[in-house]
Design a protein around this ligand. Structure first.
Ligand code: 5GP
Ligand code: ZN
Length: 116
């Protein structure tokens, strides 16, 4: 897929609008357009990587950074509990094939079931 056809590349480059919550050299975090939790943020790599299933060993640090950023956002928002989810591949529920980590939280009660 050409990067110009990728919605998350467009958002990462500031060419498409999003409610951006955090940004650095490696990632951008913004609100999911179709939230399934009171807080639903996507941490997205600035470079176009398709999926965890295509991850290379040298990207370990980058993926760790995505988790670190998600944790920092959760802390800043004072989330008491949250979920971090990578959907991997079509059968894993992945729809957008540009690497992203879902941060889900903000519930009053313990969450047993959630579909993303
Ligand atoms: P996936 O199922 O691929 O893990 O998740 C893709 C997520 O991206 C979905 O939760 C969907 O709501 C979100 N999404 C898709 N298109 C856009 C968009 O244009 N803007 C934003 N903010 N989120 C999007
Ligand atoms: Zn992309």
């Amino acid at each position: 897929m050409a990067e110009s056809d990728c919605i998350f590349c467009e958002i990462a480059k500031g060419r498409s609008p999003a409610a951006v919550e955090y940004e650095d050299d490696l990632v951008v975090a913004f609100a999911d357009i179709n939230p399934v939790a009171p807080v639903h943020i996507l941490v997205v790599t600035k470079t176009h990587l398709a999926s965890i299933s295509e991850m290379k060993e040298e990207e370990e640090e980058l993926i760790g950074h995505m988790v670190w950023v998600a944790r920092k956002i959760a802390e800043n928002r004072k989330l008491e509990g949250y979920k971090l989810v990578f959907n991997v591949g079509e059968k894993g529920g992945q729809i957008v094939f540009h690497l992203h980590l879902h941060l889900l939280g903000g519930w009053d009660e313990k969450q047993e079931e959630i579909r993303i």
